[in-house]
Design a binder for this molecule. Structure first.
Ligand code: SF4
Length: 447
């Protein structure tokens, strides 16, 4: 069905789109060629503190697991081979789908970007959900070369607390918990100095930390610009643009990219440039989408409905501030607050404080924060409804997802749910989901 909708807004392609693609391609090439370039390759979670390995030299390259698993999912024929390999090796279908895609690719020794799977020098993971630490223990075991696996325990939360009087959340991490994480990282730096046989350089850590703080706070600025009507970005483009943050948050090139993107998005807002010429309604979604079926976001457009982002794309790797009035704002960087980083311990402590602001990680300890943030996003981004993915592929972020739906519905928010899996195309029913979208659009009055 195609509705005859009024063209209300001018649109333009995003100018720095190709640059985002080039940076991503370069990242995966760097991982594949790290050895021959005399560099160091590590692999681990996308949420880790990338500036720490960066302290071991200029040529230290990450290969983060979750975005790699999503890239596999995007290529359905390859994903299917990876699922078969993982299942034949005994990994059950209800494990994290990103992890299964990564393990399957490793078992096949096929890199999604061509050639054999790169062999990292070490595995470096931050543990919050039950898959995190085990993931790289298994990868190292499959590889059979006894590569070091260093895992940092992050379970100090909840770090965001609810002010029962105002109903708003505020950031107040336990001080002994922050110290517990910092001390683990100090120990790991000492271990890595022995493993890599090279000294850790504080100046490189400080430099990479500046990029980390910039990346964590510039993307929220970009998201705030997306409150404009027409929206200068949509969910599908945001999934591509935010992903550089999941690849490497220590990278100067990535930080510079986000500065350039922010200026471009500001310019789009100033000139009234939208992503959807017929925008007349806005929805948001919650967590990982089914990566092989991003067309669901295009399907909304036939109704003049734009998806303006999600709890995932706006919040995953980033550091937000919530004011006493409940308004989500960009968090200031240490430099913006006039803090001068002088030594390793201070730098690590500030890094850990920013790391623990990330909303997603609290979902394993207090699910109310996610529902609260989604309602704030719904209000601040002028949404008319929320799409919730009952994602069987992620036990961490799907935890309490039905409670999040109830919390939103009880506050009068129209919600549609659909079942699927972020990384396993066998668990997504495209026809049924499109039918649900049709019904949801009708309930929003978009006929
Ligand atoms: S939080 Fe989800 S995506 Fe991340 S490791 Fe856990 S199950 Fe996988």
């Amino acid at each position: 069905m195609q509705l005859d909708l009024e063209i209300k807004y001018p649109t333009e392609p995003i100018k720095c789109w190709n640059k985002a693609k080039e940076l991503r391609d370069q990242y995966y090439r760097n991982a594949a060629t790290a050895r021959e370039n005399g560099g160091i390759l590590w692999s681990g979670g996308a949420h880790g503190l990338d500036p720490v390995p960066a302290g071991f030299g200029k040529k230290v390259y990450p290969l983060t697991g979750e975005p790699y698993g999503a890239s596999v999912a995007f290529d359905k024929p390859f994903a299917s081979k990876c699922h078969a390999a993982a299942e034949a090796a005994g990994y059950p279908r209800d494990l994290c789908a990103y992890m299964r895609n990564y393990l399957g690719s490793k078992l096949l020794n096929q890199y999604a970007f061509g050639g054999s799977f790169p062999e990292p020098d070490f595995y470096w993971q931050f543990h919050m959900c039950c898959s995190h630490g085990k993931w790289y223990q298994e990868v190292s075991r499959i590889e059979g070369k006894d590569k070091p696996v260093l895992v940092t325990d992050l379970s100090i939360g909840p770090c965001w607390k609810k002010n029962e009087e105002t109903g708003h959340f505020y950031y107040d991490p336990p001080e002994n918990g922050i110290r517990y994480i910092v001390d683990q990282i100090h120990e790991q730096i000492e271990k890595l100095e022995k493993i890599l046989k090279r000294p850790f350089q504080d100046e490189l850590l400080f430099e990479a930390a500046e990029n980390y703080f910039d990346i964590l706070t510039i993307w929220p600025e970009i998201c705030i610009l997306n409150q404009a009507i027409p929206a200068p970005l949509d969910a599908k483009s945001m999934f591509t643009l935010y992903s550089l943050s999941t690849l490497d948050k220590a990278s100067r090139a990535h930080a510079d990219f986000y500065r350039e993107l922010r200026d471009e998005v500001q310019d789009r807002v100033d000139r009234g440039i939208g992503m959807l010429a017929t925008e007349r309604s806005r929805v948001m979604d919650d967590i990982q989408p089914p990566w092989g079926f991003l067309k669901i976001f295009r399907y909304l457009e036939r109704y003049g409905c734009i998806c303006i982002g999600s709890f995932y794309s706006m919040g995953l790797m980033f550091s937000w501030d919530i004011g006493e009035d409940g308004i989500m704002r960009k968090r200031q960087t240490p430099r913006e607050m006039g803090i001068e980083i002088k030594d390793r311990d201070q730098c690590l402590e500030i890094l850990v404080r920013y790391l623990m602001t990330q909303f997603w990680s609290q979902n394993m300890q207090d699910h109310r924060l996610k529902a609260y943030v989604m309602k704030q996003m719904y209000d601040q981004w002028h949404c008319d409804g929320v799409m919730i993915h009952y994602n069987r592929g992620c036990e961490g972020l799907s935890l309490n997802v039905a409670e999040h739906r109830l919390a939103l519905v009880s506050q009068g928010v129209p919600v549609m749910t659909y079942e699927g899996n972020m990384g396993d195309e066998r668990e997504f029913d495209e026809t049924e989901t499109m039918k649900r979208i049709d019904t949801f659009m009708e309930t929003l009055g978009l006929k």
